[in-house]
Ligand binder design. Structure first.
Ligand code: KIV
Length: 275
């Protein structure tokens, strides 16, 4: 079944949890679709997991377009959401629309995601007016790591919780089709999820959200630089890869790889004629 803004909305209404996962390339996107996720996020977390940066701030529009287009080529039915990188929308509403358009035209995304609440409602509204679905991202917004002074749980006191509620209401009113909530206390995220009519997707926001998202290298134990509290490792693909590569090294050194079945043949008579 093709996943669209309409089917994702219906999932919320029917209490059917939405499953989102990150992917940044063709092969992984195909595997995610075969496994049956509803939506793939081409996150700017690729700055950390693919490009090896400390944070997401150096990720460019060109990086996002390149990876988004690769993911889009790998899927047929999965809804592809692509992140707007740092400074591609914060600068003006005009820049937000132009860059969202590029992610759709060149990156072949089905929706764009941007970080921010009340302050970015005008940007969301303008992008939506251009017929581009927008996923908002509130709570811990990693592009603001320097302003936050680190990666911290958001919305813990009354003032911060109120701000988060206001952010959620503002992005829904501006026309966002979904909202990601990152590092938000579970009970607050559940309250917001009940109040909003659009689906909420949690990451470190508890089970009361309408769906969940995780970075795939985190959930498959492939990325060891740090492990946030909210990550569950569902499989140890990192270990499987290390074992596979070690076996390849060993057999190459021993000369047992490549074996006969991996080699191309030639008639001896051809070889004999060489001298
Ligand atoms: O970039 C990303 O992967 C994200 C998720 C952590 C929600 O924004």
């Amino acid at each position: 079944m093709k996943n669209t803004v309409l089917t994702l909305q219906k999932q919320k209404e029917q209490g059917d949890k939405i499953v989102m996962v990150t992917a940044y390339d063709y092969t992984t996107a195909k595997i995610m679709e075969e496994a049956g996720v509803n939506t793939i996020l081409v996150g700017d977390s690729l700055g950390n997991t693919i490009l090896g940066y400390e944070d997401t701030l150096s990720v460019t529009m060109e990086d996002m377009i390149h990876h988004s287009a690769a993911v889009a080529r790998g899927v047929k039915d999965t809804f592809v959401v692509t992140d707007m990188p740092f400074m591609s929308y914060q600068t003006s509403v005009y820049d937000a629309v132009v860059n969202a358009g590029r992610l759709m035209k060149e990156g072949r995304a089905n929706a764009v995601k941007l970080e921010g609440g009340v302050e970015f409602a005008p940007h969301i509204e303008a992008i939506v007016k251009a017929s581009i679905p927008v996923v908002a991202h509130i709570g811990l917004t990693p592009q603001s790591v320097n302003a936050f002074g680190g990666f911290k749980v958001q919305g813990k006191d009354v003032e911060a919780a109120r701000k988060l509620m206001e952010d959620a209401r503002a992005v829904e009113k501006a026309g966002a089709c979904m909202v990601v909530m990152e590092c938000v206390p579970a009970k607050l995220a559940e309250k917001i999820s009940r109040e909003l009519t659009i689906p909420t997707i949690g990451i470190g926001a508890g089970a009361g959200c309408d769906g969940q998202v995780l970075v795939y290298q985190d959930l498959l134990a492939m990325y060891g630089d740090f492990k946030p509290k909210f990550v569950k490792q569902f499989a140890n693909v990192g270990d499987v890869m290390r074992k596979g590569i070690k076996a390849y090294i060993q057999e190459t050194k021993e000369g047992t790889f490549p074996a006969q079945e991996h080699c191309f043949g030639i008639e001896d008579s051809v070889l004999e004629k060489l001298y």
